[in-house]
Design a protein around this ligand. Structure first.
Ligand code: NAP
Length: 406
């Protein structure tokens, strides 16, 4: 007999989970205990009938956050059935599909917010739904219970159904509050599992922004100073200053620019041997040119070090560090700013185009990139007598279109 055949009672945790939080997890565990169900299946909504999904986070993100949040509980599963169903998703179709999978005799408990249950009579095929499935209406503190209980009693009497009511104090946490906190740059630690917080930050969901305190900035300065020679550290401080000036003039995020500039050369003084070892350890991919000139990998390694030692995983910042040496096609403005600040900071010895690049970087990053790239190309081929990385030619070709007279 397989595991599915053994399941007699199944709870279905239906919700948007945008994002999933501790309140949802506590609710699911509470229902599991209270109703002695064998498993709780979390079903992130696909395209519910009552919601515009313009402002909703994509199904895939909501699904993956739910997987991360529930992974540690062997009684919790996550289902993609609503996400994968074409068109509008109705609970009746979900319940019927689950009955097909688990067998008609399985007893189902659909857990969801009381707000949703109160409108259940407007749901598709609600009468049948109430016959084939039990419901658990969960409320958060402050909810008008009397009205809900009365409504539930009437529904149970009229439709000979089983709708239960459960008050969950942990539901003082709400998804909308978490979204608001992220916009206001307030912490969400302990409101969602750590893995979910990391995921939100990594994927920059809900307009997540990094804001540093003066103390954190000071700690970062000290850390970087401890890793670099005085000369390289002085260059780094110069890049921070220059990058922040460009960021201000081009409307970029101040703290993101600060971090990318401060850490851009964090791996520059690591030996070739250690650089190779780090690339292997952190699965950093290198092209043939980088393998022959391993110092060029310091951007990629630096990004990994920032994430490893400071837990900063925001791609915009990591890419600012990663691409500051060679650049890449489709560079973001932050990547251009770090590239340009690196070439023009005050301490860097003067060269013919330096002042012109500095002037352009204040208001036209693309024109400044063209000047900077051609200057690098000339230096590498004419002075160093070396071959340039092929990306330099590609970038010069691309940025040439911006080199138009003022
Ligand atoms: P919602 O409007 O996002 O949520 C309503 C309230 O209930 C919110 O306060 C929400 O808090 C809370 N909530 C939602 N799901 C919860 C859960 N599983 N446990 C605890 N609290 C929960 O409602 P929804 O999430 O879109 O819909 C709930 C479920 O009902 C979904 O499975 C949906 O498909 C189903 N539904 C079906 C139909 C239909 O078939 N016609 C119509 C409406 C809803 P948080 O924001 O903190 O989660």
């Amino acid at each position: 007999m397989n595991r599915q055949n053994k399941i007699r009672k199944l709870a279905i945790m239906g919700g948007t989970f945008d994002p999933i939080h501790m309140g949802h997890l506590v609710t699911a565990e509470e229902v599991r205990h209270e109703f002695q169900v064998d498993e709780v299946i979390f079903v992130p909504t696909g395209h519910p009938p009552h919601k515009s999904h313009i402002n909703m986070t994509t199904c895939e993100h909501r699904y993956l956050m739910t997987v991360l949040a529930t992974a540690a509980n062997p009684y919790f599963k996550v289902s993609r059935i609503e996400m994968e169903r074409e068109g509008v998703t109705y609970t009746i179709d979900t319940i019927k599909e689950l009955k097909c999978i688990y067998g008609n005799e399985v007893e189902l408990y659909f857990i969801t917010g009381a707000d949703a249950v109160q409108k259940i009579l407007s749901w598709k095929e609600s009468e049948e739904l109430l016959q084939i499935c039990n419901f658990v209406a969960v409320t958060r503190p402050g909810y008008n219970k009397e009205e809900l209980i009365q409504q539930i009693e009437e529904l149970n009497k009229q439709y000979k159904t089983n709708i239960y009511f459960l008050e969950v104090p942990a539901l003082a946490i709400s998804s909308s509050d978490i979204r608001r906190r992220l916009k206001e740059m307030k912490p969400i630690k302990y409101l969602v599992p750590q893995e979910v917080e990391n995921y939100i930050k990594k994927h920059e969901l809900y307009n997540y922004q990094i804001r540093l305190t003066d103390k954190e900035k000071e700690e970062m300065y000290q850390y970087v100073a401890s890793k670099l020679s005085p000369k390289r550290y002085a260059h780094t401080r110069g890049v921070v200053e220059m990058a922040l000036e460009y960021a201000k003039l081009n409307g970029l995020d101040y703290d993101e620019t600060f971090i990318a500039a401060l850490f851009h050369d964090i791996a520059k003084e690591i030996s070739a041997e250690e650089s190779l070892a780090l690339c292997e350890k952190y699965h950093i991919e290198l092209d043939e040119y980088e393998k022959k000139n391993i110092y060029l990998a310091h951007g990629k390694i630096g990004a990994v070090i920032l994430e490893r030692d400071w837990g900063i995983s925001k791609p915009s910042i990591l890419n600012g560090i990663k691409y500051h040496t060679l650049g890449r096609l489709n560079m973001t403005d932050l990547e251009k700013v770090i590239y340009l600040a690196d070439m023009t900071e005050e301490g860097r010895s003067a060269y013919k185009e330096k002042e012109e690049i500095k002037r352009l970087a204040q208001y036209n990053l693309d024109r400044a990139m063209y000047k900077a790239l051609t200057s690098s190309y000339n230096y590498i081929t004419n002075i160093l007598k070396k071959e340039v990385h092929p990306i330099i030619n590609e970038l010069i070709d691309y940025y040439k279109q911006f080199d138009i007279p003022e």
